[in-house]
Design a protein around this ligand. Sequence first.
Ligand code: H2B
Length: 160
Amino acid sequence: MLLTKFAQNVIKNNFQKAANLLVKVESAAATGGFVGLGRLYSTQNRTTATTSATGKKSKMVVKLNEQERAEKLQPLLDVGWTLVDGRDAIYKQFVLKDFNQAFSFMTGVALLAEKINHHPEWFNCYNKINVTLSTHDVGGLSSQDIRMANYFEKQADLLK
Ligand SMILES: C[C@H](O)[C@H](O)[C@H]1CNC2=NC(N)=NC(=O)C2=N1
């Protein structure tokens, strides 16, 4: 009985959070953007800024252009990231000391992911983390992926 009560509370609270988010998303849809923790993902390739449901100006996320790829993507390729065959995405395997270090590393990145509302595709096996970055909402690489990849590099450098 107690457990059922607990489960009901968890579902009720999460439902409330989801409902609140739904309200945000619906009002953002009215402004042509998609609100997620202060970042807007545009389904069109527009570079205009817009006002999110919270009234904050947010830069639209769009695919990297050729110049940005030369300037911002190439340095990452130089340190071991690789382009994924058949996808506009980048990949790198990180090898840490042990599982504990790998999971702590992932926890740090997860906090950033939630903060900027941009999440890696990753697989962890003991001390190895296979990471793929791409921006699903624009179907390819965006500045968010560059930002996250640089964060991965910064965190990895701290462990050297
Ligand atoms: C609804 C939510 O804001 C969006 O789905 C965010 C969440 N995290 C994301 N992560 C990544 N990698 N790409 C996205 O397009 C993306 N979109």
